[in-house]
Design a binder for this molecule. Structure first.
Ligand SMILES: [Zn+2]
Ligand SMILES: [Zn+2]
Length: 391
């Protein structure tokens, strides 16, 4: 069973929906228009129930089969990024500085396409929940929905999600058991020294020098504290201090990110970032305040659910286009909050059009519309394979 014919029939409609969402991107927890579009479409498809208000703009649609039975959930994310679009597309963002640079417009559209087909056909016994979550890029909308009772209000056996993947060839599904995306923490450090004339450094404590020593020392955490067979990242991505040639400033602030898979590695990164920063600052006669905030857990696929997801992908695209993902990525994903609570799996769907295709989070990135019927068919095939079939 390749791409479902009925879904291929409305490829043009889905493309139109995707371009409309692309024109009107909204940042995390501000997806009011997007949420309304989703609700209106679900209503027009005849979805049985539409629930709103979870995590501010989240939407859950309920599609009941011809008979009662088990329940599964499908999840899409709806938010955009604070990036100035450079695609030159006819349907480019009409909101300067905000853009769908991660393809969540495509994810939302694929799940809408699936909802349309499933509400129309209902060839199953049981219930399907289509979950449209806000704030994947920041604030962890999936975690908010879970904390607000997603799985209590909508009890389901499994939950599935996917992400388009421009660095893999178009239409190739990637699967992986266990960790697939990393846990994420943000790091914020303020180093306070004593300001002085730049020509009289002995009269102060230079927080710029202290910060340089801290950043150097951080490189030893992965190299010398983490087991070499495990993965981890500590990156300082921003450093701000001082404003003129001849003044030693009072403070320097730094921002960074840490990534890992194994919880024990996360503990090492947190304790070393804190202890190195504070003890180095102390040694120099300065003071460091460190905040290490764990924002997303690692995204870990359940092998049994992954096998279900693979089987559906193989039915849609053929075995040759369902490939093992050799390594996980250090990117983060808040679907992890759902997978921490519920059996489920997360797949990547290749969207690469050529060697020079921009990757997600790039101002020239644009979701590949060829994937729309493929992703929608994957959701629907999963539903029809997992839930008992009715005549
Ligand atoms: Zn993203
Ligand atoms: Zn994304």
């Amino acid at each position: 069973m390749p791409v479902i014919n009925r879904i291929a029939d409305f490829h043009a409609d889905m493309t139109e929906w995707r371009h409309d969402l692309h024109r009107h991107p909204e940042l995390a927890l501000q997806e009011h228009r997007t949420s309304q579009v989703v609700q209106d479409k679900l209503r027009s498809f005849g979805v049985d129930e539409i629930h709103t208000g979870l995590a501010t703009t989240g939407v859950v649609g309920v599609i009941r089969g011809r008979e009662p039975g088990p329940a599964i959930g499908f999840r899409a994310d709806m938010d955009a990024l604070p990036i100035l679009e450079e695609t030159g597309a006819a349907y480019a963002s009409e909101t300067p500085g905000v853009m769908h640079a991660c393809g969540h417009d495509g994810h939302t559209t694929m799940l809408l396409g699936a909802a349309r087909y499933l509400a129309e056909t209902r060839n199953f016994a049981g219930t399907i929940y289509v979950i449209f979550q806000p704030a994947e890029e920041r604030h962890g909308g999936a975690g908010i929905m879970v904390r607000e009772g997603l799985f209590e209000r909508f009890p389901m056996q499994q939950v599935f999600g996917m992400h388009n993947w421009p660095s893999a060839p178009e239409g190739v599904f990637l699967w992986r058991d266990g960790p697939v995306m990393a846990a994420v923490a943000t790091i914020e450090i303020t180093v306070t020294g004593t300001g002085a004339h730049g020509a009289m450094p002995h009269a102060g404590v230079d927080p710029i020098l202290v910060s340089a020593a801290i950043i150097q020392a951080f490189q030893s955490i992965i190299a010398r504290n983490v087991d070499p067979t495990e993965g981890g990242v500590v990156t300082i991505g921003a450093i701000n201090g001082g404003h003129i040639h001849n003044v030693i400033p009072e403070t320097v602030s730094m921002m960074g990110t840490a990534r890992w898979f194994a919880p024990s590695v996360g503990d090492i990164l947190e304790s070393k970032v804190k202890s190195l920063a504070t003890s180095i600052a102390d040694g120099f006669g300065a003071k460091a305040e460190v905040a290490f905030e764990r924002v997303y857990p690692a995204t870990v696929n359940d092998p049994e659910a992954m096998a279900m997801a693979r089987r559906a992908a193989e039915a849609v695209q053929g075995e040759a286009r369902v490939q093992h993902m050799a390594r996980p990525t250090m990117g983060g994903e808040d679907f992890s909050f759902m997978l921490n609570e519920k059996q489920g799996a997360y797949m990547m769907l290749g969207g690469g059009r050529g060697a020079h295709d921009a990757n997600v989070h790039h101002p020239k990135y644009d979701f590949n519309d060829a994937l729309l019927p493929v992703g929608a068919s994957w959701f629907c095939t999963l539903a029809e394979q997992l839930l008992p079939r009715t005549a």
